[in-house]
Write a protein that binds this ligand. Structure first.
Ligand SMILES: *Cc1c(COP(=O)(O)O)cnc(C)c1O
Length: 385
């Protein structure tokens, strides 16, 4: 079955009691049993919920995997993966990733004795140097947030298998419509379903997808034991979002491409971070492992002044100044003070995330309107002395 068909039918079964075409929101905490231990497969809603079950089935289908698990947020899904480990275990992670993932690793899990190495994952030779007998997991984000660096998923999967390491890929930026890490050899895919999967900026949710049954059972045990499960209403919203994921991503990518080229040709712009440019160091790999390049773009003005960047950030009318990404509406963000403020400044600058970097989540509006909006804001920023 082709992707656009899958997105509409994944996890969808007419409700057995009424025939309702949409999975109902089973807003219940418990289920009546016929006799002690005799039930319909549902005992208590932290462990099982029919709306969540439909979503988890859909997640597996759209990510080309065998099993899906839904969590109350993207970081709760990440938290569950790290709970597979024990004190002394080591993790290799990127040095340019979502600020909240870095915060969870460095401020919560390091204190439980798990050791994280934050390295440049674009260079595959760099990874093997950091592998030792204690290494258990490689955590990859690609494209990265916010510098749009690319890691070679198939190459890292090959290396992980050789050293018997788990490979988890945060696929939030690409979405399953553009990139399927399990098919490239990853063991687990993580999503902030808050972003492209839901697509409408109206829910916080996370997801894990995997192929291996034993790994699924371990992660399900953590999901039910630690309890970071999403409510049925939120599961319904993500199920609905998934139906339009394919066409939304086509438009996000088409708009992203137009805006990336507009910014690149603008005399006031110093650098545009977008993996669809042939001179991008990760272009060849991005082209191989992604269907198109998505709607995320970062850039810097030629004037390397915070005041000019602030002027631009507060002058757009269609791009709303906000954290998050992946909704139908366009957003503009200042990573240094917003999404990535939890990373110490020296660490940020060392990894190339400047104080003046601006990140766009390009929505599905008309690209001409978005370009006009950016153009007027850039002009205002240029006038800042
Ligand atoms: C937002 C985001 C997360 C965290 O997800 P939440 O749903 O906000 O908990 C993780 N990774 C990436 C790339 C994100 O953009």
């Amino acid at each position: 079955m082709k992707k656009l068909t899958k997105y509409i039918h994944a996890g969808a079964h007419p409700d057995p009691s009424t025939g309702a075409i949409m999975t109902p929101i089973y807003q219940t905490s418990t289920y009546v049993q016929e006799a002690p231990g005799v039930n319909k497969g549902f005992e208590y809603a932290r462990s099982q919920n029919p709306t969540r079950q439909a979503l988890e089935e859909a997640l597996a289908v759209i990510e080309e995997g065998n099993f899906g698990l839904a969590f109350s947020s993207g970081v709760a899904a990440t938290d569950a993966v790290i709970k597979l480990l024990k004190p002394g275990d080591e993790v290799i992670a990127g040095n340019d990733m979502y600020g909240g993932t870095y915060r969870l690793f460095s401020k919560v899990f390091e204190k439980f004795g798990i050791v994280f190495h934050y390295i440049n994952l674009s260079d595959i030779n760099n990874i093997e140097k950091h592998i030792n007998p204690k290494t258990k997991l490689v955590w990859v984000e690609t494209p990265t947030n916010p510098l749009m660096n690319i890691a070679d998923i198939a190459g890292i999967a090959h290396l992980s298998k050789k050293h018997k390491l788990l490979l988890c890929v945060d696929n939030t930026f690409a979405s399953p419509a553009l990139q399927n890490p399990l098919s490239l050899g990853a063991d687990i895919v993580m999503h902030s379903a808050t972003k492209y999967l839901s697509g409408h900026s109206d829910v916080i949710q996370g997801a894990l997808i995997m192929n291996d049954k034993a790994l699924r059972d371990e992660l399900y045990f953590i999901q039910k034991s630690c309890g970071a499960v999403p409510g049925p209403m939120d599961c319904f919203l993500v199920l609905r979002g998934i139906k339009t994921l394919g066409i939304r991503m086509e438009r996000h990518s088409a708009n992203g491409e137009k805006i990336a080229h507009f910014l690149k040709s603008h005399p006031a712009i110093k650098k545009v971070y977008w993996p669809g440019f042939e001179e991008h160091p990760g272009y060849a790999i991005a082209k191989k492992q992604m269907k198109s390049f998505g709607g995320m773009i970062s850039f810097e003005l030629k004037q390397e002044s915070i005041e000019a960047a602030r002027k631009l950030l507060s002058s757009t009318k269609l791009f709303s100044l906000a954290e998050s990404l992946g909704g139908v509406e366009s957003l503009i963000n200042h990573p240094a003070s917003m999404t990535h403020a939890s990373i110490p400044r020296e660490e940020r600058i060392k990894n190339g995330l400047s104080d003046t970097l601006i990140r766009l989540s390009v929505g599905i509006e008309d690209a001409d309107d978005l370009i006009e909006d950016l153009n007027q804001a850039i002009q205002l920023a240029e006038n800042v002395k």
